[in-house]
Design a protein around this ligand. Structure first.
Ligand SMILES: Cc1ncc(COP(=O)(O)O)c(C=O)c1O
Length: 523
């Protein structure tokens, strides 16, 4: 790598990322005398203000990366391609999001980008330029502080940066024998989550791609466990029970697993409770699993997990808690009480890419007792059976075999910042939701539809037609003011705000709601 290349480094970036970029691009840059000794010097010279702690991080990273990779006979010398991509990633990790970026039609994108896949290749610089100038601007900034639609995302910079490290390390995370060190670190994160759940020391889990896959894998385990313990498939096939407020991925799992979905009525405040579940289970012995929401997506409602568990277990029915969005609130003392009874649930998911400040894609799937999961999911083949299964293998606990160690960005961020910072970040989102809800309740032209249980605020603008909601939402999305899209709540059109970004300023949200909704009436 040349000095010119080093000049592209962001003026003051994370030293370890710089080291990784330098080492990957130069293939070396280590602490000893070697062909790329200049690399280390040039970065060191440029970073006069980098403090001692960062310098030692830099040299440790470099020490581990001294073995030079020779140019490949097929791919040639890829250092330029590596350099371009990693420098872009390092710079991108620290820039502010642009709330105005938005989807474009495939035709427009084709017009702007042309054919990018060609026999000879278009070259790294051209591909990167297209990504930066055309493709990425046609995506939505999930982490923008004023993006409060759906469930957005707000990964820490540490987690984002480490995602690049995970790719560079390229660990096969399916089996302990291949990925031991990385899996060990992931397991420490899963242990932290298990402790939040109040689960025993031998509970175990795995990181999968998202809540949909996590729910599917947990429910496949529940169904398999029922078959093994009950001895045969019931007349009419298996069924699973949940409230109508359960996430759409539960219905999808039921379809894929060929299970009937039995909808259990909710109480006045929107919770699935043991009382009503009791009669549902008594009436339908085909039900082998019940799903409780640990924070519904639409309104952030946490089902009455304690009574659900008590009733389900009396009927020998597995309890899965879908905390894809809301499970993060277990880390927050002010919300933990809502999850009473979760210590007795059988399986649980939480998506760190939603509210635990990790980048896509990441779902933690946990089992209080992982043996039924291993029985349901372990794959066997002549070439696999030589694998030592003495340690728990992530591949054995979900519907997958090859896997990226996608829990590591969360591990790095948690290890860097500590669990107290996570508690505080989740609490801040909860506080923002409560502040905005209070302001809505006291604003004449707005109506709060539900006291938030977690960090979703549902409200309406009395008198507005669906078209008025749509116009307001689209206008503010387009000018980058706020992303807040209409939903339906208790049969009425409504608006919802999901607070998962600790950088969101609640006062800025209140100001937007108080001004723009009145202005909209004047248009
Ligand atoms: C409660 C809940 N469960 C499951 C999912 C599905 O998660 P994913 O999008 O990661 O597949 C979501 C997504 O919003 C969710 O909110």
């Amino acid at each position: 790598m040349t000095d010119e290349t080093a000049d592209h480094l962001p003026a003051r970036t994370d030293a370890a990322a710089s080291a990784a970029a330098a080492a990957a691009a130069g293939g070396s840059g280590g602490s000893g005398e070697n062909a790329d000794g200049d690399t280390r010097r040039s970065i060191g010279d440029q970073s006069a203000q980098v403090d001692q702690a960062e310098r030692s991080a830099f040299s440790r990273a470099s020490d581990a990366l001294q073995r030079h990779r020779e140019p490949s006979e097929i791919w040639g010398d890829e250092r330029e391609a590596v350099n371009i991509a990693l420098h872009w990633a390092a710079a991108r990790a620290t820039v502010a999001s642009d709330p105005k970026t938005t989807a474009r039609s495939a035709a427009e994108l084709h017009e702007a980008a042309g054919e990018t896949i060609t026999a000879g290749g278009i070259g790294a610089q051209r591909a990167m330029d297209l990504f930066d100038e055309v493709l990425l601007p046609a995506t939505r900034a999930s982490e923008d502080p004023m993006n409060l639609a759906y469930i957005p995302a707000a990964p820490t910079r540490a987690a984002v940066a480490f995602d690049t490290v995970v790719s560079a390390a390229n660990v096969f995370g399916g089996m302990w024998e291949n990925g031991a060190g990385a899996i060990f670190a992931e397991n420490q994160v899963l242990r932290w989550l298990s402790d939040l759940l109040g689960w025993p020391a031998d509970s175990a889990g795995v990181f999968v791609s998202g809540g949909t896959t996590g729910n599917l894998s947990a429910l496949a385990t529940a169904r398999d466990h029922a078959l093994r313990t009950r001895g045969r498939r019931p007349e009419g096939g298996w069924a699973l029970a949940c409230a109508s407020t359960a996430h759409s991925s539960i219905a999808s799992a039921a379809r894929l697993l060929d299970m009937d979905l039995v909808t259990v009525p909710i109480d006045d405040r929107g919770h699935l409770t043991g009382d009503v579940l009791e009669s549902t289970l008594a009436a339908d012995p085909r039900i082998c699993a019940v799903v409780a929401s640990g924070g519904t997506t639409n309104a952030g409602i946490v089902d009455d997990i304690a009574s659900v568990v008590e009733v389900a277990h009396r009927h020998d029915v597995w309890v899965h808690v879908d905390g894809a969005y809301g499970g993060a609130a277990l880390a927050a003392p002010s919300a933990r009480g809502r999850f009473a009874g979760i210590d007795q649930a059988d399986s649980f998911i939480v998506d760190p890419h939603k509210w635990l400040f990790a980048p896509y894609d990441c779902c933690a799937l946990l089992y209080r007792d992982a043996r039924p999961a291993a029985a349901a999911h372990s794959q066997h083949a002549a070439y696999l059976d030589s694998i030592d299964r003495g340690e728990s293998n992530p591949a054995d606990l979900a519907a997958h075999l090859s896997r990226r160690t996608r829990g590591l960005p969360l591990w790095y961020s948690l290890a860097t910042h500590g669990t107290d910072a996570y508690r505080d970040a989740v609490e801040r989102c909860l506080a923002s939701a409560r502040t905005v809800a209070r302001a809505i309740a006291t604003t004449e032209h707005l109506e709060l539809l539900l006291e938030p249980e977690l960090s979703v605020v549902v409200f309406r603008r009395p008198g507005w037609t669906p078209e008025a909601y749509r116009r307001w939402s689209q206008r503010l999305a387009k000018d980058g003011t706020i992303l807040c899209v209409p939903t339906a709540f208790r049969g009425e059109i409504a608006l919802r705000l999901a607070f998962v970004n600790p950088s969101t300023d609640p006062q800025a949200v209140i100001d937007v709601l108080r001004t723009t909704m009145l202005e909209a009436d004047e248009h």
